[in-house]
Design a protein around this ligand. Structure first.
Ligand SMILES: *[C@@H]1O[C@H](CO)[C@@H](O)[C@H](O)[C@H]1NC(C)=O
Length: 314
C-alpha cells in the first residue's frame, strides 16, 4: 500500500524536468493535444495510466473501467485543472487518491458506483470549483466526506440514493452557489428539517428547488421540500433521544440509592451526636454530684449543691 503511494513520487523525483510535450511522448492509448489536454476517454483502461508530463492541465479518463483510484493516482500532475472520471464503474476512492491536485478546479465523478467516500478524500483539492457526484449510489453524505472545500461553487448530487442530508454538510462549503439535489428519495422526517430550512433561505441556489419532493412519510409524500413549514417539524423537538431515555430509566434507582445514602449519613450524624452528648454528661456527673453528707462538711440545708436532684450512687 505504502509502495503504491510512494511510487509516483519516486518517479516524479527521478524523471527529468520537461518542458510541455518535449521529452514525454504521449501514451499510445491516449491522444495528447498541444493545449495540455490528454484524452484517454473510452480506451478500455482498467487503471490510471502513468502520465509523465507535469504540464498536463486537462485529463479525460471517462468511459473506462477503473473501479478503484489508488493513493497518489495523480501525484505526477501538479498542474491539472480538470479531471474527468465519469462512467468508470468506480466503487472506491483511496483517501489519498487526489493527493497533490492543489490547483484542480473541476472534478467529474458522475455515473459511477460510489456508495461512500472516506473522510478527507477531497481535502487536497483546495482550489476546486466544480464537483459532480451525480449518478452514484450515495445513500448519505457525512460533513467530513466532502468538506472543507473553501472555493467549491458548484456541487451536483443529482440521481443518488440520498434520503437525508444534514445542513452541516453545506456549512463546510462556504462558497457554494449552485447545488443540484434532484432525483434523490428524500425522506422528510426530523433528520431533514435542517436541509428544508436551508432550502427555504437558499432556494435561488438550488435549480428547481420547488420541485424537490418527499417520497415519505405518507402524510408528506410528494410534498415539495421547500414548502414544508417549520411547524411540521415541531414534534421533532419533543421526541426523546436515547440519552433522555437513559436518564429517565436511571432516575428511579439513582434516587433510591441517593436517599439510602442520605439516610445513612443523617443516621450516623445523629447517632454520633447523641453518643457524644451522653459521653460528655457522664463526664460531668462527678462535678455536679452533691458532696456526701457523711463527709461532715457542714449543714446540708445551707449547702447549695444539695439542691441538685439526688443521683443514684455509683
Ligand atoms: C476524446 O477522444 C474521444 C475518442 O477518440 C472522442 O470521441 C472525444 O471527442 C475526445 N474528446 C475531446 C474533448 O477531445
Amino acid at each position: 500500500m505504502i509502495f503504491s503511494f510512494l511510487l509516483p513520487l519516486v518517479l516524479m523525483i527521478l524523471s527529468p524536468p520537461s518542458a510541455p510535450g518535449s521529452t514525454w511522448s504521449c501514451l499510445s492509448e491516449c491522444v495528447c493535444g498541444q493545449d495540455g489536454q490528454v484524452n484517454c476517454s473510452g480506451r478500455e483502461l482498467h487503471s490510471v495510466p502513468m502520465i509523465l508530463d507535469p504540464s498536463v492541465q486537462v485529463l479525460l479518463l471517462d468511459h473506462n473501467h477503473m473501479d478503484f483510484l489508488p493513493p497518489g493516482a495523480f501525484a505526477l500532475l501538479p498542474r491539472l485543472l480538470s479531471l474527468e472520471l465519469q462512467d468508470n464503474g468506480l466503487q472506491r476512492i483511496h483517501v489519498h487518491a487526489f493527493w497533490g491536485l492543489e490547483v484542480l478546479k473541476s472534478l467529474d465523478l458522475s455515473s459511477n458506483a460510489l456508495q461512500a467516500l472516506e473522510p478527507g478524500t477531497f481535502r487536497p483539492l483546495r482550489a476546486l470549483h466544480t464537483l459532480s457526484l451525480a449518478g452514484n449510489r450515495l445513500m448519505r453524505l457525512e460533513p467530513t466526506w466532502l468538506g472543507p472545500l473553501p472555493l467549491l461553487q458548484n456541487l451536483n448530487l443529482q440521481n443518488n440514493l440520498l434520503s437525508s442530508m444534514g445542513s452541516r454538510v453545506l456549512e463546510r462549503l462556504p462558497a457554494l452557489r449552485i447545488l443540484n439535489l434532484h432525483g434523490n428519495p428524500w425522506v422528510c422526517d426530523c433528520t431533514i428539517s435542517s436541509l428544508c430550512r436551508w432550502l427555504q433561505s437558499h432556494a435561488h441556489q438550488v435549480p428547481g428547488a420547488e420541485s424537490l419532493l418527499c417520497v415519505s412519510p405518507d402524510r408528506l409524500t410528494l410534498r415539495p421540500m421547500a414548502a414544508i413549514t417549520e411547524a411540521s417539524f415541531n414534534y421533532c423537538t419533543h421526541l426523546l433521544t436515547p440519552w433522555d431515555l437513559v436518564v429517565i430509566i436511571m432516575i428511579g434507582p439513582f434516587s433510591f440509592l441517593a436517599s439510602l445514602v442520605c439516610c445513612f449519613i443523617f443516621g450516623s450524624v445523629v447517632t454520633a451526636f447523641q453518643a457524644r452528648r451522653k459521653n460528655r454528661s457522664v463526664r460531668c456527673y462527678p462535678v455536679k454530684r452533691p458532696i456526701p453528707q457523711t463527709l461532715g462538711l457542714g449543714d446540708s440545708s445551707k449547702n447549695p449543691t444539695t439542691n441538685f436532684p439526688t443521683l443514684p450512687s455509683l
